[in-house]
Design a protein around this ligand. Structure first.
Ligand code: UDP
Ligand code: MG
Length: 312
């Protein structure tokens, strides 16, 4: 299979048919599959998708019972996608399928992930400004300069999407997750259109949630394999200061007979030790979770290899 298209759909009844048509025009004679994920739409989207399936056997539909969000939709699509190159594309026709060949060209040049950049973005000004800030901060934190992390239009080599796992609203950080795995990433400016039908599913609240997700992704990308480094170092420093403080107070009490009942410093010392030890314990728990999940992953791999090597 040459190409897979993963398309999340949440109440986009008006554009689906045209989107499918336009995609076909740009796919040419390549083998392809189009996976539509109906993310709990309550309009006519699902019926229209079924009509499309009847016309085109390369189209598949996955239907969610309720709205689980774009990340969940993309993830299930990634799990199923078989194409060498996997595209994601919004269903609202704001992304223009005309750009498909340009993405393929970039992947063939050797990039693992090609991200679209809505250079002349046709969205409300509030969205444009907040998105600029979001992209700037994200670029700095992950040391990957992109103008448009959250662009729905991207192309990946299959290996990339199989190696990352997204949930919640982490789809905005896919390039950061891919970079942490060492993949080569580039971006290309693409045409962007105004939303002609329906409503945007995201308002400004995405940015507050986005910043919490930023913490998650920093943790995943920088400390996934060694949570103890994140928590442990802070914990050691804090409890060491606590130790020095209580040591000083102990010496004062034992050798110089100073009373401790009127020393607020004592509380500070005890507090620092308790908090420090807690941080270290959290780090150790993190280490154990990483260890067991890696071991389980390895066992599963062994099982699969074993099954595959069985004759018959
Ligand atoms: N979408 C989805 N589930 C959701 C929200 C959005 O599948 O909970 C889909 C939506 O149908 C569209 C894409 O994700 O295909 C991008 O959404 P939208 O156009 O509303 O975002 P915007 O362009 O405003 O950033
Ligand atoms: Mg849109």
């Amino acid at each position: 299979m040459d190409l897979s298209f993963v398309i999340p759909v949440y109440n986009e009844e008006k554009t689906l048919k045209e989107l499918h048509q336009k995609m076909l025009e740009n796919i040419g004679n390549k083998n392809y599959e189009i996976i539509f994920i109906d993310d709990g739409s309550n309009d006519n989207s699902y019926n229209i998708l079924q009509r499309i399936v009847r016309e085109d056997e390369n189209v598949k539909i996955i239907k969610f019972r309720r709205n689980f969000g774009k990340s969940a939709a993309l993830q299930i699509g990634f799990d199923k996608a078989k194409g060498d190159i996997v595209f994601t594309l919004d269903a609202d026709l704001q992304d223009d399928p005309d750009e498909i060949p340009r993405f393929i060209k970039k992947i063939n040049e050797g990039y693992d992930l090609v991200a679209g950049w809505k250079k002349h973005r046709k969205d409300p000004i509030t969205k444009k400004i907040s998105s600029k800030i979001f992209n700037l901060i994200t670029s700095i934190i992950f040391r990957l300069k992109l103008h448009d992390y959250n662009c729905g239009f991207k192309a990946y080599r299959n290996e990339v999407i199989k190696s990352i796992h997204i949930y919640g609203e982490l789809h905005r950080y896919i390039p950061a997750l891919a970079k942490a795995k060492g993949y080569k990433i580039c971006e290309i400016p693409i045409k962007h259109h105004k939303r002609r039908f329906g409503r945007s599913k995201y308002g400004l609240e995405r940015f507050t949630r986005g910043f919490l997700d930023l913490l998650t992704v920093t943790m995943i990308t920088k400390y996934e394999r060694s949570p103890l480094y994140l928590f442990g170092i802070g914990g050691l420093i804090i409890s060491f200061i606590g130790f020095i403080v209580t040591l000083y107070l102990s010496i004062a009490k034992i050798f110089f007979g100073m009373p401790l009942s009127n020393r607020p410093l004592l509380f500070l010392g005890v507090l620092l030790i308790v908090v420090g030890v807690q941080l270290i314990s959290i780090g150790l728990l993190g280490e154990m979770i990483v260890y067991t999940s890696k071991r389980e992953g390895k066992n599963k791999e062994k099982e699969i290899n074993h099954k595959n090597s069985k004759p018959g």
